[in-house]
Design a protein around this ligand. Structure first.
Ligand code: SF4
Ligand code: SF4
Length: 325
């Protein structure tokens, strides 16, 4: 069996839904795009995105000796969705367990299968070589180059079989494979639904201004969401799926995952705004010991919740302001 086929089968055996392999090369076009994007300050306070630029745009600089980039996808579209009345949480954060640890474990299993077949030197064990949603590597671009989808106008990877509700994991190898997967052409066509639906006008075609995006504002931004965007929050307390939910590829192709490790937290599916408001920090720690919600943290979630309440009860808000006056 060819290495190419073996690795792709091993990825499925390790529990992933899809795998592609790209040749390790410099991402020159992305480097130019990113430099321009960073120079416009569209990364907001995510200063780490500007660091280690050479490493981020060439995996051979990140991991000397790297020859191949193995990219895996894990579908996370949930079986059950939050009711419309619940404070909105992006679907990637539904699971009880933070997806980073789920994918890292599966990547370790994949690596074990590869090293058993091709020897320990097939991976760069002295360097970081497994990545999940981490700054040093442009995961969506590698997924696109590995034939796993295209990057849509909403800047997300869209897989033709799963849509965009997929986690991406990367394993860098020191070995070459016989053939590499071919990129899939862009299938957005004339559609602009994601751009039109974005409540904060964060999207231009194939580019996003993170400073305007609710995913950034509700998680990464340490301060409260600026007033100009508060009216758009509309009960989002962590992340935002709007530009994914409207995408016709998700409407046609997204289907529930089959991964018990990604079981949704029942509270996320059931709790009302008031249940969330009643939660104190101790409750939060108790209910979410391993959740991706911890990345935003209790205080940030509370800030976001208060904005959702403001929006839901403008009269309460006016009354409070009157009382204060
Ligand atoms: S995640 Fe939400 S705020 Fe961000 S670009 Fe998409 S629709 Fe806009
Ligand atoms: S909504 Fe339309 S334009 Fe946006 S990513 Fe999906 S297909 Fe592409």
């Amino acid at each position: 069996m060819s290495k190419h086929l073996f690795i792709k089968q091993a990825a499925i055996e390790a529990g992933f839904d899809a795998c592609g392999i790209a040749k390790a090369e410099s991402l020159d076009e992305d480097a130019a795009f990113m430099q321009h994007w960073l120079s416009e300050g569209k990364h907001g306070e995510m200063h780490y995105l500007a660091r280690n630029f050479d490493k981020r745009t060439d995996p051979r600089v990140l991991v000397p000796g790297c020859r191949s980039v193995v990219v895996v996808l894990l579908n996370y579209f949930p079986e059950d969705l939050q009711p419309d009345t619940a404070p909105r949480i992006a679907k990637y954060a539904y699971p009880e367990t933070d997806y980073h640890s789920v994918i890292k474990e599966k990547l370790a299993s994949l690596e074990a299968l590869i090293t058993a077949a091709y020897g320990p030197e097939s991976v760069a064990s002295k360097h970081q070589h497994r990545f999940v949603d981490s700054a040093p590597i442009l995961e969506r671009r590698w997924a696109q180059r590995a034939g796993l989808g295209w990057i849509g106008k909403n800047t997300l990877l869209i897989n033709p079989d799963f849509g965009s509700y997929c986690f991406i994991g990367i394993l860098l190898l020191n070995i070459e494979v016989e053939t590499y997967d071919k990129p899939i052409p862009d299938r957005c066509g004339t559609c602009t639904r994601c751009i039109n639906a974005c409540p904060t006008a964060a999207l231009e075609s194939y580019s996003m201004d993170a400073r305007r995006c609710l995913s950034y504002l509700s998680i990464e931004l340490k301060d409260e969401i600026p007033e100009t965007f508060q009216h758009s929050v509309s009960g989002q307390i962590l992340g935002c799926d709007i530009c994914s939910d409207v995408c016709p590829w998700n409407r046609k192709k997204a289907h529930p995952h089959k991964h018990p490790e990604l079981k949704a937290h029942t509270g996320i599916l059931q709790w009302s705004q008031q249940d969330w408001m009643n939660m104190n920090e101790t409750d939060f720690e108790l209910h979410f010991p391993h959740s991706a919600l911890r990345r935003a943290g209790f205080r940030k979630l509370q800030q976001n919740l208060r904005l959702g309440k403001k929006k839901q009860n403008p009269e309460d808000n006016a009354n409070t302001e009157n009382e204060q006056a």
